[in-house]
Design a binder for this molecule. Structure first.
Ligand SMILES: C[S@@+](CC[C@H](N)C(=O)[O-])C[C@H]1O[C@@H](n2cnc3c(N)ncnc32)[C@H](O)[C@@H]1O
Length: 222
């Protein structure tokens, strides 16, 4: 799963992103997204952070949820728009060219679910912490935060293995795309620090990929 780093190269060619990510992850990302979106119910209001070409957005819209996808890459959004139209789901999907730094404009307690696939690993530390705080504000009480992303393993042996795999991939990615991703450190702790509860965590075998379900506490609860 450390091969996710190569997605930064794919992002420079959005037309090839979906096919490339399927090959890179041997279809495992799709399965992780299916598991995460199994929490979505008909009619819910959903926000997809860094929606890209719409992998999570389309899954949510297929469940008759109303989804707003935000992303800073207009070419990725164009593909997401096309996919939604082709799947006859455009009425359930709103796509906005907007960064997580602009989440302050969203109404408090207005979403049932906030989700994000492989976007937190592209944020700066400040953006990430701000996004989690805003997620808590924007979610309705008992609303869910669904995250699938690259994380930094905690055990030393897995961390060393992860570095051995990542260093050459980071170098290749940087040479081609002049950018890279950063596996998120201590994501569950950061989610809790933002005031959300951890409902479940699923880590990959080598602990470098997380599927996290967080929940905003009930109204009145601490
Ligand atoms: C690896 S892609 C994943 C896209 C999609 N979620 C998926 O799983 O296919 C990460 C996306 O996050 C977007 N992104 C990066 N930084 C962002 C930010 N600050 N605000 C919003 N989107 C951002 C990128 O433009 C990119 O489309």
């Amino acid at each position: 799963m450390s091969t996710y780093i190569l997605m930064k190269i794919l992002e420079t060619a959005p037309g090839r992103y979906d096919k490339g990510i399927r090959i890179l992850t041997l279809g495992r990302l799709g399965k992780a997204y299916d598991r995460l979106t199994s929490h979505i119910r008909k009619g819910q209001k959903i926000l997809d952070l860094g929606c890209g070409t719409g992998a999570l957005t389309i899954r949510a819209a297929q469940k008759a949820a109303k989804v707003k996808g935000i992303d800073i890459n207009s070419q990725m959004l164009e593909i997401a728009q096309k996919r939604a139209a082709e799947a006859n789901l455009a009425q359930n999907v709103e796509l906005c060219e907007m960064g997580v730094a602009e989440l302050g404009g969203e109404e408090s307690e207005s979403y049932d679910i906030i989700m994000s696939g492989l976007c937190f690993s592209e944020l700066t530390e400040d953006e990430l912490l701000y996004t989690l705080r805003e997620a808590k504000r924007i979610l309705k009480p008992e609303g869910l935060l669904l995250i699938a992303d690259e994380v930094r393993p905690k055990s030393i042996s897995k961390l060393i293995l992860n570095w051995l795999i990542r260093v050459p991939l980071v170098t290749i990615t940087y040479l081609i795309a002049q950018t890279t991703t950063k596996a998120v450190k201590n994501l569950p702790e950061k989610v809790e620090k933002a005031g959300l509860l951890i409902q479940s965590i699923k880590l990959s075998k080598i602990e470098d990929f997380i599927e996290l379900v967080g929940r905003r506490p009930k109204q009145g609860a601490k």
